[in-house]
Design a protein around this ligand. Structure first.
Ligand SMILES: [Fe+2]
Ligand SMILES: [Fe+2]
Length: 160
């Protein structure tokens, strides 16, 4: 699996987890609510999603920045700028997940629901944008050498 396939697979995983989160949020007030799910999702966000973002930022985006023509730089920039606010949401989610295992107060429940909805929306839109608008540019503009460069950067990144 090359790095782009790996990133696309990562998006599928994000969609799966986000679907689970939507269901979890809906069961919040019922007996079916399982806190364990929240912790699993939080740990997925904290490890896999953060790592995915880092890989894009450190390995893929710098090469794209170099290769893409001027008129395509804007979408790259736009997508790159979405990472930071999403990471903030994930951090917020983690904090709530770690601290409030029973979501006892109304305010905490409302906060949890709000941040979950923010994540559900933003993460999916972000991943879809990459799938539909960013990754296709790789196929158009990357030469064989650029793919090689991408692979080298990836292995170098793994070693650090
Ligand atoms: Fe991304
Ligand atoms: Fe991504």
């Amino acid at each position: 699996m090359d790095i782009i396939e790996k990133l696309i697979a990562g998006h599928h995983e994000v969609k799966e987890r986000v679907d689970i989160l939507s269901k979890v949020v809906k069961t919040l007030d019922s007996d079916a609510f399982i806190w364990d799910n929240v912790l699993k999702i939080s740990s997925f966000f904290d490890k896999e999603v953060k790592e995915h973002f880092k890989l894009e930022e450190k390995v893929l985006f710098p090469i794209m920045k170099k290769v893409l023509p001027k008129e395509k730089q804007e979408i790259l920039k736009e997508i790159e700028l979405e990472h930071k606010p999403i990471l903030k949401m994930l951090e917020e989610f983690k904090k709530i997940a770690e601290k409030h295992s029973n979501l006892s107060s109304r305010l905490i429940r409302e906060n949890f629901i709000a941040i979950s909805h923010d994540i559900i929306e933003n993460l999916i839109v972000h991943a879809r944008k990459e799938d539909e608008k960013l990754f296709p540019l790789i196929k158009i503009y990357f030469s064989k050498e650029n793919y090689k460069e991408l692979e080298d950067a990836y292995f170098k990144y793994l070693k650090v």
